[in-house]
Design a protein around this ligand. Structure first.
Ligand code: HQG
Length: 179
């Protein structure tokens, strides 16, 4: 299994479906590293502790973290499972960006940005990152500019995951502008 494939598989396990390898996450999203490795090995994939360490260390978006004692691992953001990864509320920059595609436009402009199956709407600090998020999907890319400063002043909560993704529960249309 190559690094990218394992990263995707880990995202699936640690954000959405730990049960596919027969493990569970605690309330803070942690999985036991030994149980995770055993589960992955049982699923027929040949992964050892040092390869897991490499995937975490070299991950392009720093998607995963080990606990200090390195006995547990969790995803930094992106969950659909109800876990509390101990995000600390933080004042956002004046402007954040959201990358999406044309087919979502009518619905976004009617309802605002909604979190869908994930716990939060994901926002980027720069246009370039938002473009990359949009490019994961088929179709014409759209970038929305989010008036995060005004949202914050109006009482909306923001969080920045340890890997730099901005998270908020939803963005009403009033704070959105198409770039
Ligand atoms: C869209 C990746 C219709 C939204 C990325 C998006 C990110 C609406 C899709 C992270 C809508 C949800 C998250 C509305 C939002 N009507 N469509 N009202 N509101 N949408 O994958 O933000 O590589 O759950 O625009 O880099 O695309 O996995 O969210 O197109 O950081 O680590 O509904 O996932 O990170 O899709 O991506 P997603 P996202 P990783």
């Amino acid at each position: 299994m190559d690094i990218k494939k394992l990263s995707k598989f880990l995202s699936l396990i640690l954000r959405h479906k730990p049960d596919i390898v027969g493990i569970s996450l605690d309330e803070h999203g942690w999985a036991d590293v030994e149980a995770l490795l055993r589960g992955i090995q049982k699923s027929g994939r040949n992964i050892d502790a040092s390869f897991l360490e490499k995937v975490v260390a070299e991950n392009d978006k720093q998607r995963f973290s080990f606990s200090e004692d390195r006995k547990r691992i969790r995803a930094n953001q992106g969950h659909s499972l109800q876990v509390d990864v101990e995000l600390v509320p933080k004042k956002p920059p004046a402007v954040l960006y959201h990358g999406t595609v044309e087919r979502n436009r009518a619905s976004i402009e009617e309802k605002g940005l909604l979190r869908g199956t994930r716990l939060y709407v994901h926002l980027s600090e720069d246009v370039e990152t938002a473009m990359k998020v949009a490019a994961r999907r088929k179709g014409e890319r759209l970038i929305y500019q989010v008036d995060a400063g005004r949202m914050f002043r109006d009482g909306f909560m923001f969080y920045r995951s340890v890997n730099g993704v901005w998270l908020t529960k939803m963005v009403p249309t009033d704070y959105l502008r198409l770039r």
